[in-house]
Design a binder for this molecule. Structure first.
Ligand code: AMP
Ligand code: GLY
Length: 423
């Protein structure tokens, strides 16, 4: 069969890499893809949210299955558009993707169905929002309601910081329309974990838990990024805890979405805080995480096409997910200046001399005059494998040592949290 992957980052490279391993797949296309993806797939110069152009392409090329990477495509209605034309596609429709696209929608749904999450209030006006912040005190969390590329969340340590965040979102419109509403919520203390699940409407199958590292510097210092590294599995998330997460979070959300007439089909990303009172939801995303996909997909034994087929056809109960023994660690190599303004066009050395047990997923690269160059803030994800996390971390950093570009920076402590107590 012919498969189209929508997107062009590290997550999509991991998706293409995994799909290309399926004996059922003859050819993979990726729109728009990147220089690394181009080693495995034919890249098509169509933007990830150019919904009608993507559907035209899928029709013209008789694509058998389309897999959506980024949320922007989902919220632009790519699944609705493909389905309307009878094209087979994997991901939630727009109304279901609102679990990610609107934090207030997700919060209201959780409140209605008793799904554990931080206490919150939603505001459209600054004065009552400021009043609420002063009443609640700090630490407190202020979030722009809509999509803000991971940057619309301010964890305020003081009331003044929270007031500033409210003003910047509601009055200065720092996040544009995404900030026409703010969600103000209780600060949750604990370790974070990501649990991804395949959801076919009613049935859910949880994937191996992973943990992202959002802040740019070692020891969780500095500003937030799209993610500086991940590891899987997470020892702290025991099988028993995972069963609880399925029973109290993932299954109730799936059932609630069916009940309101917007069944969720695709990958549901539950961003969790492991609090003293148990796991609570920080956010839902409507897709694989990036860079969570770069550790979770390589550990999946199943043919991803079989799993996706079962989701689309609503027979996920027939699938048994199987996971490789051992662990994976992904270290993101970022461009100078990231997550602020960063430089592009620096030549990348060493991709042709990678050690064993290492795979590199390209996030922001280009191929110019015979060599790879940087072309994004997050440039590469170096995933290492091993019998356990320690071995996987060693492999990942051996891979990192082999690679170089001017201004390259990365965290040195990816996966160390697995070996520590509460932070
Ligand atoms: P979000 O975009 O909602 O995932 O938030 C980004 C980051 O902000 C999360 O990964 C957490 O580190 C932090 N965060 C969000 N909500 C809370 C909360 N209620 N309590 C503590 N930290 C939070
Ligand atoms: N790694 C965070 C995300 O994909 O949203």
């Amino acid at each position: 069969m012919k498969v189209l992957v929508i997107g062009g980052g590290g997550r999509e490279h991991a998706l293409v890499w995994k799909l290309a391993q399926s004996p059922r797949v003859r050819k993979v296309y990726c729109a728009p893809g990147n220089a690394g993806i181009a080693q495995l797939a034919e890249c098509v110069p169509i933007a990830a949210d150019a919904v009608e152009q993507l559907a035209d392409f899928a029709e013209r090329e008789a694509i058998d299955l389309t897999v959506v990477g980024p949320e922007a495509a989902l919220l632009a209605g790519v699944v609705d558009a493909f389905e309307a034309r009878g094209l087979r596609i994997f991901g939630p429709r727009r109304e279901a993707a609102l679990l990610e696209g609107s934090k207030s929608f997700a919060k209201d749904l959780m409140l209605t169905h008793g799904i554990p999450t931080a206490k919150y209030q939603v505001f459209t006006e600054a004065e009552p929002a400021l009043q609420y912040v002063r009443e609640q005190g700090a630490p407190i969390v202020v979030k722009a309601d809509g999509l803000a590329a991971g940057k619309g969340v301010i964890v305020a340590k003081t009331v003044a910081e929270a007031e500033e965040a409210v003003r910047s979102i509601l009055q200065a419109k720092t996040f544009g329309e995404a900030g026409s509403r703010v969600v103000i919520e209780q600060f949750l203390a604990g370790e974070e974990a990501t649990v991804l699940a395949f959801v076919d409407g009613k049935n859910v199958k949880l994937m191996v838990p992973s943990q992202d590292h959002k802040q740019v510097f070692d020891g969780d210092q500095g500003p937030n990024t799209g993610g500086m590294g991940t590891y899987a599995p997470v020892p702290r998330v025991t099988d028993e805890l995972l069963q609880g997460i399925e029973a109290t979070i993932v299954r109730p959300v799936a059932e609630a979405m069916v009940a309101r007439g917007t069944p969720y089909k695709g990958v549901l990303y539950a961003g969790l805080m492991l609090t003293a009172e148990g796991p609570k939801v920080i956010e839902f995303n409507a897709r694989f995480g990036d860079p969570e996909a770069q550790v979770v997909l390589p550990l999946l034994e199943n043919d991803l096409v079989d799993v996706i087929d079962a989701v689309i056809d609503g027979r996920l109960q027939d699938i048994r997910l199987a996971w490789k023994n051992g662990a994976a660690v992904c270290v993101i190599l970022a461009a100078q200046g990231y997550p602020g303004a960063y430089r592009k066009g620096d030549p990348i050395e060493g991709l042709d001399r990678l050690p064993e047990q290492v795979v590199v997923f390209h996030a922001g690269t280009d191929f110019v005059e015979g060599r790879y160059v940087t072309n994004g803030g997050r440039v590469l994800g170096v995933t290492g494998f091993g019998a356990d996390l320690k071995a996987a971390k060693e492999a990942a950093y051996r891979g990192v040592q082999a690679i170089h570009f001017a201004g390259m920076h990365y965290r040195k402590d990816i996966s160390d949290k697995a070996f520590r107590g509460e932070k």
